[in-house]
Ligand binder design. Structure first.
Ligand SMILES: [Ca+2]
Length: 77
């Protein structure tokens, strides 16, 4: 379970180049946080997360998309 604020801080940490999107590479660079994101969104891998919720064909996810994914999994408190 996460609050929006916690989610935002996770997202910022993952977004190393600060372009407002978390890419598959950024997820792989931080396996620990990536695992938390997977569990909060009920997905088994970064690939699944991006395939299901990312709208960007380059394989990245915005904060809004991530938030929706967590809301859908009912993990946003
Ligand atoms: Ca990024």
């Amino acid at each position: 379970m996460a609050t929006e604020q916690e989610l935002q801080s996770l997202f910022k940490t993952l977004d190393r180049d600060q372009d407002g999107k978390v890419s598959i590479h950024e997820l792989f660079l931080n396996p620990g946080l990536s695992a938390i994101i997977s569990s909060e969104t009920n997905t088994s891998s970064p690939q699944e997360l991006l395939a299901r919720y990312g709208s960007d064909e380059n394989g990245s996810i915005t904060f809004e998309e991530l938030k929706k994914a967590v809301e859908k999994a009912s993990n946003l408190t």
